[in-house]
Design a protein around this ligand. Structure first.
Ligand code: E4P
Length: 216
């Protein structure tokens, strides 16, 4: 399973890249706005200098024509830019057109298996089911993820399943168990993946014993 960073923060992206786990990056308008008054295209370019894998830049137009304009413009920022379109009728029309022009599209805001089928039919390169946001409303986001993976396995669609809105290590582990192609993970959750109290305790004990025996 590939790891994408679900952040627009350059320090976080650099830190994850240093661990060798930044296979790509997903941004969205909320994540970009957290970075303050940055120029959008320059910021995406800066991310693309750190990460060579897919970097998602999201359209903010609500109309197909506007998404096409933005998509074509953002695709010129760097060869690894992927255009994010929402799972709306206008977004899927834009997905179809941009994909046919050779521009990769990540279809975002997917909350049902039916929507995931429509995105694959439109030629999306990635489908992003939002696991955590379904959990937030009392549904089970992981059930949707499994449904999409099962359905996609029946066909030769090129669309990769990108598990999004990941809130915990359990989400990451379960996505890996199901065979999701990619998980896009906030830095906080990446950090949690390293942790185990017995590792800390064991390491402290080993070093204490080493020094107690007079070694340096
Ligand atoms: C990914 O592409 C999405 O932008 C992201 O996973 C949304 O996550 P959230 O529900 O934590 O905002």
């Amino acid at each position: 399973m590939k790891f994408f960073l679900d952040t627009a923060n350059l320090d976080e992206i650099r830190e994850a890249a240093a661990f060798g786990i930044a296979d790509g990056v997903t941004t969205n308008p909320t994540l970009i706005s957290k970075e303050g008054d940055v120029d959008f295209k320059e910021h995406i370019a800066a991310i693309c200098k750190i990460v060579s894998g897919p970097v998602s830049a999201e359209c903010t137009s609500e109309e197909t024509e506007g998404m096409l304009q933005q998509g074509r413009e953002y695709a010129k920022i760097a060869p690894n830019v992927v255009i994010k379109c929402p799972l709306t009728r206008a977004g899927l029309k834009a997905t179809k057109q941009l994909s046919s022009e050779g521009i990769k599209v990540n279809v975002t805001l997917c909350f049902s298996a039916a929507q995931a089928i429509m995105a694959a039919k439109a030629g999306a390169s990635f489908i992003s089911p939002f696991i955590g946001r379904l959990d937030d409303i009392g549904e089970n986001g992981l059930v949707l993820l499994q449904d999409i993976i099962d359905i996609y396995r029946n066909y030769t669609w090129k669309t990769e399943v990108l598990a999004a809105s990941m809130r915990s290590p359990i989400h990451v582990i379960e996505a890996a168990r199901m065979g999701a192609d990619i998980a896009t993970i906030p830095f906080k959750v990446i950090d949690q993946l390293f942790n185990h109290p017995l590792t800390d305790k064991g390491q402290a004990q080993f070093l204490a014993d080493w020094h107690k025996s007079g070694r340096k």
